[in-house]
Design a protein around this ligand. Sequence first.
Ligand SMILES: Cc1ncc(COP(=O)(O)O)c(C=O)c1O
Length: 395
Amino acid sequence: MNDYFMNTYHRLPAVFTEGKGCRLTDVDGKRYLDFTAGIAVNCLGHGHPALVQAIAEQAAKLVHVSNYFLSDTALAFAEELVAACSKVGMRNVFLGNSGAEANEGAVKIARKYSLAKYGPGRHRIATLKGSFHGRTITTLAATGQDRFHQDFGPFTEGFIYIPSGDIAALEKALDGTVCGLLMEPVQGESGIRPLDPAYAKAAAKLCAERDVLLMYDEIQSGVGRTGDFLGCEIFTDGKDGFKPDVVTIAKGLAGGIPVGAVLAGDKAKDVLGVSDHGSTFGGNPLAAAAGRAVLSIVNQPAFLAEIARKGEKLRAALAGWKHPLVAEIRGRGLMLGVDIGTDAWPVLEACLSKGLMMLSAGPRTLRFLPPYVITDAEIDEGLSILKSVLDSVKK
Ligand SMILES: Cc1ncc(COP(=O)(O)O)c(C=O)c1O
């Protein structure tokens, strides 16, 4: 049946036609409960009325205009997005279409900032072991996992990988050749691993002292996923004042319409000038309208508090099972990972056959990224399917 796509995804066997809320329907009319949100994209679920209306109205008015001009919608979106990220000191934004593209922008900012101030030889970027930053040649190079450094070389030069949580190693790594430190507040693809807050604060201090740009990849953890608008907020509040210089966002930002954003704080906001960067589709009015609709709903204290509450409910239920396969539960908000000590793929297949869409993060970790609009009853329903599947797995 699938003869026309390149074979780049290990796909689960379902072909979907439509969705509403946290339910999807496949070509045979079978219904599924969604614990994946399109890998943290469909944060408002499927067919959310406010998002549908915003997209439809904007589509009828103006879908695209070149970035040589502005649109009223993109202007408003940029202002609202920067305001949403102002808690961590962001001052302006460049809009693209994806996470990898946002991280490419971050790398360019760090390198140009350093080159202009210190000259050549200080172009390296440190990332964490186990990180994931994208699939372009540069963001693969930024990704701190050897398995992503095969087959496509030569990769972009100038990335070093340091162990998460080890401040002495970071201190040694920032040796005068490094211009940026790029980290995920919660590592997503490698198993939902939250960054240690004490490490994050110490790293921020060190970066500030050595004038290394501190950059957070919030592509999976941002837009409310952790229960805060940005996952890095918990590292940056309080009185120490160490804020990131650059933040990248994508995935959930426009609820399913492609958009990516690289935001910059005071130090980095004027680094990219005319002709330094660009993107044909980046932040077009359609994406901006969808982004505005998402922000207007998600970036509200009560809505974010509900994400945190639902995440706690999910975590407490999983812990309460005391299931022999549930070895460790990690994460924040509605971004949770559960180590099951056995191959996750058959669990995903069995869940799907029983009508539950689940993801893994690494070979033995189940990943929970449900839409924020999931109800308590839907959480219970999905968990009861998962439990019945885990009960039938032989370790
Ligand atoms: C933390 C992180 N960074 C970057 C990316 C790449 O985003 P995209 O697939 O939109 O290029 C992802 C995607 O999973 C991600 O989780």
